[in-house]
Design a protein around this ligand. Sequence first.
Ligand code: ASP
Length: 440
Amino acid sequence: MKKIVKFGGSSLADSIQFRKVGDIVRADESRAYVVPSAPGKRFDGDVKVTDLLYKMYDQAAAGQDFGKTLERIIERYTEIIEGLGLAGFSLDDEFEEIRRIMTEEPDKDYAASRGEYLNGRIMAEYLGFPFINAAEVIFFDENRMLDIRKTERVMGERLDRTPRAVIPGFYGSGPDGRIVTFSRGGSDITGSLVASACRADVYENWTDVSGFMVADPRIINNPVSIETITYRELRELSYMGASVLHDEAIFPVRRDGIPINIRNTNAPTDGGTWIVESTCQKSGYVITGIAGKRGFCTVTVSKAMMNSEVGFCRKVLQAFEDNGISIEHMPSGIDTMTIAVHEDEFMHKEQNVVALIHRYCRPDSIEIESDLALIAVVGRGMRSMRGTAGRIFSALAHARVNVRMIDQGSSELNIIIGVANEDFETAIQAIYDIFVVTRL
Ligand code: ASP
């Protein structure tokens, strides 16, 4: 059994959190590779070290004094080193090097990556594991895209020779050897790459919640958590705004069939959520999760006999493509098709799109509706259950929510419901109640 353990910023925010992480790693011999993030927020209103590093870079690049910001960063690490009692261990040379580079040739990715790099150095010392600099095993091409082949080969060889190690998250290096970072939250991707390169049995992703919740805790008071979710369900939910993992983190492990286990550093005995390729485990409820986003609008194009007009849909879509607008959903009727788009992408181009649709396909009418929220009800169990849609809609009717759009994905894995922005929370609560609270 071989496990990769990735710890998020809140799990490493200070020395108290570091100790919890140490206990977790030491509790299980198979936890072979540790991928740390940078120190995150210790309390509401605190600043993440990565944000301080970006601030330091901005100041340095503008020729301003960045000394105070660097001092705040140094203080964060000093507390961790002293709190862990790492006598004789110092990062002073590293801090001097950062000061020098920021003065001589400030570089944004280099600055941002130091959060993980320094945390990795401390973690390696604390655990007594070798340290592997991510710049030596994760590679990007000249377009800043991950060079997956080189990364797999070099990292695979290195890990074969190093049975246990700490590898900092979030960054690698480009063809010229300079540091390149992933997008924000990218340590999740590093963990996934390490898991794939060493053919791990499990990728444990430790954070500050006991897994994925059935619904957003900002809307539902104390929602239940999901025990097992498939990659596809997760994709549907995260596309609709649910966020626990970086979107791109799934791909390396998914390809190799490695399950991800989301765990809580502050409640290590909780089982968390398992993210798997496929499962015969039935979830306790008909649905796996609910997620949604506000701020959509729909464009409904009507034309009598449109279904017999070859190329009609393509021409309508062309009007959106020509304006660089991506389409979220597309439910259709017999003589109508509706296109749901992001309001902020669409708003300032709406009249261009309408004009083009008129020009390309001469419709009878075009109607635009705004202030729409979309809610995805996702569940692998829905396919084999009668009446799921019926229950959703009667729950919404009881809650006096008017349904403005319905779209069921052909996978039968999800039902997307459009409601007025102002009904968003009431609708989620009603759906949650019917499936989870009353367990209908
Ligand atoms: N520290 C980086 C961030 O704040 C990367 C990560 O935490 O995954 O985005």
